[in-house]
Design a protein around this ligand. Structure first.
Ligand code: SF4
Length: 340
């Protein structure tokens, strides 16, 4: 199905729904695709004759799957759109198919612009779900320019070769000793910034949707982000009571980390409140008087993306270690949820 600038392939979803004779299904979409909920639901209804609910709750990743609240509506199957499966995530409450939304953009123009900025000959290629299907074509384009593209396989949290998640850079980490620099194909700053911090290699980011290429801007943005994170750690310097944020979404649960963070805080004489929640927002957290600092053991992006929305500082577990002098600031990296 062609939907605006995306190709969304519902073949598997329709086949499963028909085969299993599901009567009631739910569709889960990221914010950016809610505007096309109507044609998608119409299509699924026509093809399967099932009743279709669409979830209005925010959905930021494949870590966030519909659960018991939809079982109560007799939903037998979920069509989760816009993300790829996280293979490590085995226990899904309702059978779910992940349907990627693949960008239809032509990658050749932006790669021509990116090539002169690449450093060295051996280039690690990485991307996100929306553009990862373009990696083969990018490899050919780079080889035509006598470069040596390399694509890495991520860990058990990663579905596609060369794919990054905001919480997982393992497909790049696998290549660090084999490449001179990285080419990120995709949109936004978060992934290329995490890539730079995790690999310490030069990164060029090429966005096939806007045909923009950035390199120097990324370095500036990394410096700005590091200054901001240094400030967040400094603000927590006198904190005594820490709220440890425990994500209840299936793909964000990190109980071992929660216990490690709690143990570390207690060993430094700090007070700990374990705070479990599904959706993080300033409103949900503002009532916890007496908490001087939160540490997020849920989605790593909460502390980094939404920092300015919260009055109380939120640190990642990596930043907490720096605060408690268990790790050096020079070794700063993004928090990651690694798979098996
Ligand atoms: S934990 Fe955060 S970064 Fe990782 S998949 Fe979920 S929403 Fe994305």
């Amino acid at each position: 199905m062609d939907i605006s600038s995306y190709q969304i392939d519902f073949e598997d979803a329709v086949r499963i729904i028909r085969k299993k004779r599901y009567k009631t299904i739910a569709v889960q979409l990221p914010e950016g695709l809610k505007r096309v909920a109507l044609p998608i639901v119409d299509f699924l209804k026509k093809e399967t004759a099932a009743n279709v609910f669409v979830s209005a709750d925010p959905c930021f990743g494949a870590c966030d799957v519909l659960g018991s609240e939809f079982q109560g509506l007799d939903v037998e199957f979920v069509v989760h759109i816009g993300h790829t499966l996280i293979p490590d995530m085995k226990r899904l409450p309702i059978p779910t198919v992940f349907v990627n939304a693949r960008s239809k953009s032509d990658v050749s123009v932006v790669i021509k612009k990116a090539i002169p900025l690449l450093e060295g000959k051996r280039i690690g290629l990485v991307s996100t779900a929306q553009h990862v299907h373009l990696i083969d074509e990018v490899q050919t384009l780079l080889r035509n320019h006598l470069l040596e593209p390399v694509v890495g396989r991520g860990d058990g949290r990663i579905a596609e070769k060369g794919q990054l998640l905001g919480c997982n850079f393992s497909a790049a980490a696998a290549l660090v000793s084999k490449v001179d620099s990285f080419l990120f194909i995709g949109s936004g700053l978060f992934h290329p910034l995490g890539l730079m911090l995790s690999t310490k290699k030069p990164v060029v980011a090429a966005d096939p949707d806007t045909n923009s290429v950035i390199k120097k801007e990324l370095v500036d943005e990394k410096d700005r982000l590091l200054r901001q994170r240094f400030g967040a750690i400094a603000r927590a310097n006198d904190a005594n009571t820490f709220g440890v944020l425990v994500g209840t979404k299936i793909g964000q649960q990190r109980m071992n980390l929660v216990l490690d963070v709690q143990k570390l805080l207690l060993s430094h004489g700090k007070q700990v409140l374990l705070v479990a929640l599904e959706f993080f927002s300033p409103t949900n957290l503002q009532g916890f008087e007496g908490v001087d600092c939160f540490v997020s053991a849920a989605c790593p992006r909460i502390a980094l993306d939404d920092y300015l929305m919260y009055k109380t500082p939120i640190l990642t577990p990596v930043e907490l270690k720096i605060l408690l002098k268990e790790q050096h600031w020079e070794d700063y990296v993004f928090d990651e949820i690694l798979g098996h």
